[in-house]
Design a protein around this ligand. Structure first.
Ligand SMILES: [Zn+2]
Length: 472
């Protein structure tokens, strides 16, 4: 533990130099591309596309490629190079995008990544720390016949076996959660390490070093959802008359020839604005845009575009900003702050998006990630960015998911479907259960008050229990 602590301190104090990268996120149709051009011209940058549809050749309208004449000669990488019949994968993206980043650095320029496809973007800016990576390092052992039989057997046996081997991890899972219990036992068989140990090591690794590969500046081009909705609808109408209809028709020609025909869940066929028109294409072969099927296609495309935009905002708020906020433990010395640019009112674009974004980027590049003096969000949108309070939560067991929260609580008043005492995992679930309608109903059904008080006594009142801080 002392060794860990020293390593943490060293990481905290010493500055490992990292190169600079800029990332732009935001919903479809909010103006990320337009801003990227303003930015690239101001800071000598080049663009890397991280949208899985814009890698496909042509189809500039339905994939929303920024028009060449509006790019002012700014180079765009990882774009417009994949055949329609090919399926593009994340590992190919990583390879191509990383190569482009190196190439941009070699020429003394700054890479600007425009995110559209979230896991593409994540793979570029974050170090990979998935559970799989640890298992790959440790040599795997072949399972014996007995071990395999046990793993494929009843959940109760798995639970008992795991309890003997690792009484800490077993408390993390519900006793009927076969998938998780089985996986934990399997990890033990394969690696010979207790799953709780592996889990703990991984959590500590996460705490010790920044998950950012570069000094990272992130922009969130944002629009009020109601205003955006209107803008997206208008944009779809514009797309349809400025070439999207012809693109869809051409794409259908290739689609028809494939056998079997693609199911629209992979490759270019997932693009918003193709599947939606299949009934029209099938009926009229794409020749009659006065058909009601065409109008229905346009409506479906609008709905799906809005859904996609919603999903993108959710990702930024719930996943990206939370992951980034963990950099607070290094006081953002590698960056990781998300700067919101308000694109709601297009009349103030130059001031609120262009000029503000360029000023932030210049401060970041000239004086380092911590030197940016401009606030992360304008006053009226402050609540969109998570505050520093998150760091306190992160240190507590709640976010870390520490062992102190892995505890089984049995309610002797309520029964599960097998007639056993109902089990809640962790303080939070237990409190929720005690306050649930189900538990209260069971209490009222007989004189169970005394039993309830006994339970509280047995487990203690969770609210009065102090949260256990991680012992680094
Ligand atoms: Zn109960």
């Amino acid at each position: 533990m002392i060794g860990r602590y020293l390593k943490y301190l060293r990481n905290f104090i010493m500055t490992e130099p990292k190169r600079n990268i800029i990332t732009i996120v935001g919903t479809t149709g909010v103006g990320k591309s337009q801003f990227s051009i303003d930015l690239a011209r101001a800071i000598n940058g080049e663009i890397i596309n991280a949208d899985s549809m814009q890698v496909y050749k042509r189809l500039d309208n339905i994939t929303n490629k920024h028009p060449i004449q509006e790019r002012y000669g700014v180079p765009h990488h990882v774009m417009n190079h994949v055949d329609w019949k090919e399926e593009y994968f994340i590992h190919r993206f990583s390879e191509e995008a990383n190569k482009a980043i190196e190439d941009i650095y070699d020429r003394g320029k700054i890479p600007i990544v425009i995110g559209g496809t979230h896991y593409y973007l994540s793979s570029l800016i974050f170090n990979n720390k998935t559970i799989g990576s640890t298992n790959e390092i440790r040599p795997k052992q072949e399972l014996t016949k007995e071990q395999e039989a046990l793993l494929d057997g009843p959940v109760d046996n798995i639970f008992e076996e795991l309890k003997k081997i690792d009484p800490i991890i077993v408390e993390k899972f519900h006793p009927q959660d076969k998938r998780k219990l089985r996986r934990a036992l399997e990890i033990f068989y394969e690696t010979g390490e207790k799953p709780s140990f592996i889990y703990h090591e991984q959590k500590l690794d996460e705490l010790e070093s920044s998950s950012l590969k570069y000094n990272t500046l992130l922009f969130w081009v944002y629009s009020d959802p109601e205003v955006l909705k209107e803008r997206l609808d208008t944009r779809v109408d514009k797309m349809m008359v400025s070439g999207a209809t012809e693109e869809i028709k051409e794409l259908y020609g290739v689609y028809k020839e494939q056998s079997p025909v693609p199911d629209c869940t992979s490759g270019i066929w997932q693009v918003i604005g193709f599947k939606e028109f299949l009934p029209w294409l099938g009926e009229t072969n794409g020749d009659d845009i006065s058909s009601s099927l065409y109008k229905e296609g346009v409506e479906r495309m609008k709905i799906r575009t809005r859904q996609y935009a919603k999903y993108q905002v959710k990702w930024i708020k719930k996943l990206l900003s939370v992951e980034l906020q963990k950099e607070a433990r290094f006081r953002f010395k590698y960056g990781g702050k998300l700067y919101l640019l308000d694109a709601t009112d297009l009349n103030t674009w130059n001031e609120n998006v262009g000029a503000r974004g360029v000023s932030i980027a210049k401060q970041f590049l000239e004086n380092g990630p911590r030197a940016v003096t401009i606030p992360q969000a304008p006053e009226n949108l402050k609540e969109m960015i998570p505050d520093d309070g998150f760091f306190d939560n992160y240190k507590s067991n709640k976010v870390l998911g520490s062992e102190s929260n892995w505890k089984h609580y049995s309610c002797s008043i309520c029964k599960d479907k097998n007639g056993n005492d109902l089990v809640a995992v962790g303080d939070e679930m237990w409190q929720t259960h005690l306050n649930s309608r189900r538990h209260k109903k069971a209490l009222a059904a007989g004189d169970k008050k005394r039993k309830h008080m006994e339970l509280l006594q047995q487990y203690g009142d969770a609210n009065s229990r102090k949260s256990v801080k991680l012992d680094l």
